[in-house]
Write a protein of this length. Structure first.
Length: 399
């Protein structure tokens, strides 16, 4: 069968491929110290599960409106008000099967062939392929560690053209954990205000997994003059350990939201009614789980940062949010392994960690960050400590 060009332009997510490789090695009987996982290791909170069970028992098992149940939309609106002081109305909210689907549909709704989307690198692996799958052209802008892995006005300005439809801002970011400060968002907004044809897709899926003071700043709140050009996306996967429930949302201009809803009506009709009930309970219910899990992540982050920094060839920046650490392994590239192999690049280095010490990480090139690798600290302190000791041993073995 011949597949469509849009499929031939994209590849399976490298994180899914890494997870597959880990499963294969485990099935061969090997113990793998797995730092690739992109989801919380906690269970979904009990009151959220209970809400889903109640929904099933109450017969809330039918199609809902394409833009979700009134209860879910109200919970989303309230969450955005509580967290960022943003005021959205019913017609400016859309829901989907994960933030991933909502982002994809926003691109489907707006891109024609050759339209450009500015993607700061390091980036979440899915953005470039989502753009390609929708006939667009990703315009990747390198954002070095010396800039905190963040887009600056100086790098943004030359990337904008007449064909630019979107700038993607993922804050706090995967794989870096970097987040834009209010001042940084203001500076980017000043450039964007000069380009009224450009919209901004903010991916704020890690906004509540946040280690600094206050709340992670959100562009639509920082620069209200841009609010009608910002499509804010988020979901319940990461904050409430609900990756399998597949529920995400978007908030933004009514014309865009209507277009996304029209697509959604022909794709899935609506997300699962049961997941919607669970998500409404997660967003609208007690938030103790969020506070408690963030403290656990914080302790793991601090442990991992300390252990990585003790390894001579490696360095890392402390993340402000999320549960990932992007580690600089450039000093290890070019060295010899005990088997006489010269490490060519970050992918080779990740392979060395897996082969010699059974530690699984994802190489930075997958995120547009050559010379780095990503650690997920959404795993136990025991696994993190053992894995870091093994990474240290793998580095010490290089000559
Ligand atoms: N955005 C980023 C930056 C992510 O890291 C992920 C998941 O890995 C998603 C979006 C997708 O989230 P969801 O489970 O809501 O589709």
């Amino acid at each position: 069968m011949t597949t469509a060009a849009r499929v031939r332009r994209i590849s399976p997510s490298p994180s899914v491929a890494a997870a597959q490789r880990v499963r294969e090695l485990k099935s061969q009987g090997l113990t793998i110290h797995d730092l690739t996982v992109g989801e919380p290791d906690f269970d979904t909170p009990a009151h959220v599960k209970a809400a889903a069970i109640r929904a099933i028992e109450a017969g809330e098992t039918k199609y809902t409106s394409v833009n979700g149940t009134p209860a879910l939309r109200a919970a989303i609106i309230e969450k955005l008000r509580r967290r960022h002081g943003l005021e959205y109305t019913d017609g400016t909210i859309t829901v989907g099967g994960g933030a991933k689907q909502v982002i994809f549909l926003a691109l489907t709704a707006t891109l024609d062939e050759g339209d450009e989307v500015v993607i700061p690198a390091p980036y979440w692996v899915s953005y470039p392929d989502m753009v390609r799958a929708n006939d667009g052209t990703p315009v990747v802008v390198d954002c070095p560690e010396s800039d905190g892995f963040k887009l600056t006005p100086e790098r943004l300005r030359p990337a904008l053209t007449d064909r630019t439809r979107w700038v993607v801002l993922n804050t706090p970011g995967n794989p870096t954990g970097s987040a834009y400060t209010t001042a940084e968002l203001r500076a980017l907004a000043a450039v964007l205000l000069e380009h009224p044809h450009v919209r901004v897709l903010t991916d704020e899926i890690y906004d509540e997994i946040w280690y600094d003071d206050g709340a992670s700043p959100s562009l639509a709140a920082v620069e209200p003059r841009l609010a009608d050009r910002v499509f804010l996306t988020n979901g319940v996967s990461k904050t409430y350990a609900m990756t399998g429930w597949r529920l995400g949302y978007g908030a933004g201009p009514a014309d865009l939201v209507t277009a996304v809803n029209t697509l959604q009506s022909q794709i899935s009709s609506c997300p699962s009614s049961i997941s919607q009930a669970a998500a409404a309970a997660a967003l609208g219910g007690p938030q103790d789980f969020v506070r408690e899990s963030v403290e656990v992540y914080r302790a793991r982050r601090d442990t991992t940062v300390k252990l990585i920094r003790e390894i001579p060839q490696l360095t890392c920046t402390t993340p402000s949010g999320g549960f990932y650490l992007l580690v600089n392994c450039r000093a290890a590239v070019g060295r010899l392994t005990p088997t006489g192999h010269r490490i060519q690049d970050d992918e080779d280095f990740a392979r060395h960690l897996l082969d010699s010490e059974q530690v699984a990480v994802i190489h930075g090139s997958a995120y547009g960050a050559p010379g780095y690798f990503r650690i997920s600290f959404a795993t136990s302190t025991e696994v993190l400590t053992e894995a870091c000791a093994r990474i240290a041993a793998a580095c010490a073995a290089l000559s």
